[in-house]
Design a protein around this ligand. Structure first.
Ligand code: DAT
Length: 176
């Protein structure tokens, strides 16, 4: 049983699967939940050890990142948007949504981002090899891990509705 009055939800998945898109729509539909963009925290609060030129991304300092968000996250009510999940302590997390997309869809989305070839290929491989869903299942109890397809707008809508319904149920189950 948690002392939080609102749950914390991790939205994870390979880059391009729709984490930010889902987080923004969910936060709009459920104003009591707030979007925590780990990308922005890493950048704005310098939770990194520098810039990786080859991958064109920050090298994240996970300890610093967890320190930066711990106090606020422990209060609950956060949608945590990040392409990894195993760093967040189990005690912080009530639901882990792993977003998935087919290779062709993902290729198109990542190509539009002008990712370097090596990063594009690595992300496609990661999606094909189920890296994120495996990481989520290895790190959290099975009953809080949900895998959802994010190929198109209908799936986005259905996913957000499903998470909204889950939130309502969580609130009923955790009234204190
Ligand atoms: P992420 O945060 O996982 O990197 P994103 O939310 O930025 O991904 O989405 C990448 C692009 O793909 C963006 O242009 C929106 C689009 N997209 C993602 N999921 C979608 C969906 N279910 N339906 C339609 N477009 C989607």
């Amino acid at each position: 049983m948690t002392t939080r009055t609102l749950p914390n939800i991790i939205l994870t998945g390979t880059p391009g699967t729709g984490k930010t898109t889902h987080a923004l729509l969910l936060a709009e539909r459920c104003p009591e939940l707030k979007h925590l963009s780990i990308n922005d925290i890493v950048k704005d609060q310098s939770c990194h050890e520098g810039w990786d030129e080859e991958y064109q991304s920050w090298i994240v300092d996970e300890d610093k990142l967890l320190d930066a968000i711990e106090d606020q996250v422990k209060q609950g009510g956060w949608i945590i948007d990040w392409h990894a999940c195993d760093l967040f302590p189990k005690s912080w997390v009530d639901l882990v949504v792993v977003l998935r997309a087919g290779t062709e869809v993902l290729f198109d989305r990542l190509t539009k981002r002008n990712y370097p070839e090596v990063k594009l290929q690595e992300n496609l491989d990661s999606e094909i090899m189920d890296v994120l869903i495996q990481e989520a299942r290895d790190s959290y109890d099975d009953e809080i891990v949900v895998e959802l397809q994010s190929g198109d707008a209908d799936e986005l809508e259905a996913n957000v509705e499903r998470i909204e319904a889950w939130l309502e149920q969580w609130k009923k189950d955790n009234q204190n």
